[in-house]
Structures are given as C-alpha cells and as structure tokens.
Design a protein. Structure first.
Ligand SMILES: *Cc1c(COP(=O)(O)O)cnc(C)c1O
Length: 430
C-alpha cells in the first residue's frame, strides 16, 4: 500500500497545524504511523490521496449512517447553497427540524440548535446549573462529552488516547465542581450524592459509552440513575451525541426505556455538517435565553445549509425505521463472525455490540467500565489496526473508540471485513 502522498501532506501539515490535524485522534498517535489524507468517499468506501480505497468503519465518527455522498442529502445541501450560506436570522427549516427532533426523541419538548456536540454539552450543563441553582455535576469516568473545560477530567476518546485525562489549562476551580464515578456503579453515585447533598445540579452520562470503546449498561443501571436523580432533584442529562438517531430513532433512551430530563445531540443530527443540539423538558429549556436568564448564543447556529442536511437525514431515518433493523442484522453478522474467529484462534478478547456500534477489546477482562477498558493491549491493537489498513479496512485509529456501521455496508463488505480481521489478528499476535 503506497501512502507517500499522505506522508508528504502530514509532514507539510505539521508546519501550519498543531500536530498536523484539526482533531487529535486523527493523528494516529495511539496506533503509530502516518494518518491517511482522504480525498473522497462514496457509500461504504473512503479513498485516500494515493487512490487507495478502504471499506471504512468510522463514518465520520457516526454521522455517515446512510453512507458517504448520500444523494438526498447532497441534493438538499446543493439547493440550500443557492439561497446564500447564512442569514443570521430565523428560518422556517429551523422549526421543521426542531419539531422533528421533538417527535423522534419524545423526552425533548424544546430544543436549541448549536454547532457541535461540545457546545451542546457545555450549554446543557450551564442550563442545568441555572435551573437548579447548584454548581456541581457528576460525570462518569471514561465518558467523553467534548472538550469543554469541566468535562476534560477522566474523559474518554482522544483524551484517553493522548494520555492526558486532565488537560493543562483546566483550572482546579473548574475541576472541583466535576464529581467522578465509574460507569455501571450505582453505589458510587449514591455515595457522591450523599457527600454533596443538595449541591449536585446534574448527572451527565453517555447512556451507552462509545468513547472508551463500546460499553453496555448493566441491567437496571440507567433506571437506577433516573430514580436517584428524581429523589435528589438532579437533572439527568443523556449525552446522545453518538447514540442519538443511531441506536434507534429515539436513541439509547428509547432502547433502554429510560427518560432523561435533558438530551444532548450531535454527529448524525447534521448529516455530516457541523451541528449539535440540546433539549429537554419544557420547564428546564424555558431557562434558555431569550426565554429565560441562562445565556447561550451562536452566530451560525441553525445555519441554513447545515439544517438542510440535518433535516434530510432525520426525515429519512424517521420515514425508514427499517434502517435500524437492517443495521442491527449487519452488526449481528459482523459480531458473530468476529466471535467465531476469536474462538478459532483461542483469543480471549471481548466483543461488544449494540445495533450498529461494535468494538473488540484486546483484553480477557469483561469490560464494564473505564478501568476494565484500560486493561486492553493497545500495542497489539495498533498492529491490528495497521494490518486492517493493509487489508483494505479503515477502522477508528484507537482502541478506545467504537466502530460505526452504515447502511451502505453490504453483506459482501462484511465478509471482506471478517477476512481482514482473521488475517490481521494473526499479524497482531505473531
Ligand atoms: C463526539 C462527542 C461529543 C463532542 O462532539 P463534537 O461535535 O466533537 O464537539 C460529545 N459527546 C459525545 C458522547 C460524543 O461522542
């Protein structure tokens, strides 16, 4: 596989961009080697600057659930572009997408559009604090909620990959209001709540964490959080930036039947454009300016081109619920195939699957939280990752990421992925 053009571009990028990339995980730090520079993508494939073609399981970290260059979304964007790229004034499409989000995610009664998942979570915490008049919030170790200061404490994803769970630049004053508990541990939450009685504004969680690899909630865990938050007057925030519109129309909250007070959204909601949103109960969202006193704004929020892409995406998913059954079947096929390969090779690795999110943990431990996830052999994962690339499959370049499937992935693609996994596990373990 020739990647000389990517190597040259990465070297050039170092001069003008910190680390050569605009988001850390893209730099391949945790798997080694040089990131591939991508020049195009279609359906289930991405093509790099050397014209190598890969079946890919990143899908822009989720948004490309319908595959790349979806004709409906492309057409909607092209039409919107003709009417100017931005107005800084309200548009009818913003009402359409707000109504659709409220329909698809029934716990959301009102919703505010922003430009990224990071903005959504930062704003949601501010609103929860304004609403409760309390300062502290509980965060789960290994969950990633974007790069807002108060979340960069035991954060997953790029933050873990880079080995800087506590980023310089985050003040002690900020960190002291972030309380930490392990995932899947109800007692730890009870303890924090008792120790900080009447001071906790919110509990924010990825209901199904995809940023420490993919971890599944234990039976009753999310329900217990709901019960505790109700009892203590704590705002329960589900960060569904990753799981929203992916695990089901209504996200993880629909799958597990647990209703949060607030939800944060991103990724799929923009159809590939930079969009985020936060919403929830009317009485909480009424605190947001200009309806209420909690300030939050955005010059490009609700951007007409981004709304055209997002609305087309959400309408499609809303009208085609079979997407989720199809994705679940493909996920099952991939996971089952991987398990058979692991059995045949007598490798004790863990495979986690939920719908179209899937992950192999290179460890013999069952992974129920961040500490378990950190028992993985990341060096072996790095070798596996590069062997997969050599075999034409582009995975997320970190052990601490979920793989994302799209409907563009065919049965034949899955067979090819399984063949590549079979070979690459041998390379990783030789
Ligand atoms: C990706 C992600 C974010 C951050 O979204 P950005 O658009 O990258 O700012 C927040 N929360 C979760 C759960 C995510 O997966």
């Amino acid at each position: 596989m020739d990647n000389n053009k990517s190597v040259a571009l990465f070297s050039k990028a170092q001069h003008s961009i910190p680390g050569g990339v605009n988001s850390p995980v893209r730099a391949f730090k945790s798997v080694g080697g040089t990131p591939l520079f991508i020049k195009g993508a279609e359906g289930a494939y991405m093509i790099d600057e050397n014209d190598n073609k890969y079946i890919e399981l990143i899908n822009s970290w989720g948004p490309m659930i319908l595959g790349h260059a979806n004709p409906d979304i492309t057409a909607a964007v092209q039409e919107a572009v003709n009417n100017s790229l931005s107005f800084g004034a309200p548009t009818a499409k913003e009402i359409d997408i707000a109504e659709l989000i409220c329909e698809m995610v029934p716990s959301i009664e009102k919703v505010r559009m922003v430009n990224s998942g990071t903005e959504a979570t930062m704003s949601a915490i501010r609103v929860a604090r304004g609403y409760t008049g309390r300062d502290k919030f509980i965060k789960i170790e290994g969950c990633y909620h974007g790069h807002g200061d108060s979340f960069l404490i035991a954060a997953g994803s790029g933050a873990v990959t880079m080995g800087v769970p506590n980023s310089p630049g985050v003040t002690e004053g900020t960190a002291k209001d972030t309380l930490l508990a392990p995932y899947n541990d109800v007692e730890a939450i009870e303890k924090l709540v008792a120790e900080n009685k009447g001071e906790v504004a919110a509990l924010i969680i990825e209901p199904v964490p995809g940023n420490m690899g993919l971890v599944i909630p234990n039976e009753g865990y999310l329900q217990s959080l709901r019960t505790i938050c109700d009892r203590e007057g704590i705002v329960l925030i589900f960060d569904e930036v990753m799981t929203g519109f992916r695990l089901a129309k209504g996200g993880a909250q629909e799958v597990f039947g647990v209703t949060p007070d607030m939800t944060t959204l991103g990724k799929i909601i923009g159809g590939g454009m930079p969009v985020g949103a936060y919403g929830g109960k009317k009485e909480i969202m009424e605190y947001v300016a200009p309806a209420g006193p909690v300030y939050q704004a955005g010059t490009l929020s609700g951007n007409p081109v981004a709304m055209a892409a997002g609305l087309t995406m959400l309408n499609y998913l809303n009208d085609h619920p079979e997407v989720y059954t199809e994705l679940a079947q493909k996920g099952e096929k991939l996971a089952q195939g991987i398990k058979e390969i692991l059995d045949a090779k007598q490798l004790p690795y863990q495979v986690t699957l939920l719908g179209s999110m899937i992950c192999i943990f290179f460890t013999a431990e069952k992974v129920e939280n961040f500490a378990d996830a950190q028992t993985t052999d990341t060096e072996k994962f790095g070798k596996f990752f590069h062997a997969m690339l050599d075999n034409g499959v582009y995975l997320p370049p970190s052990q601490y990421e979920s793989w994302f499937m799209s409907v563009a992935l065919t049965e034949e693609n899955i067979d090819s992925i399984l063949k590549a996994i079979d070979k690459s596990l041998d390379v990783a373990n030789q």
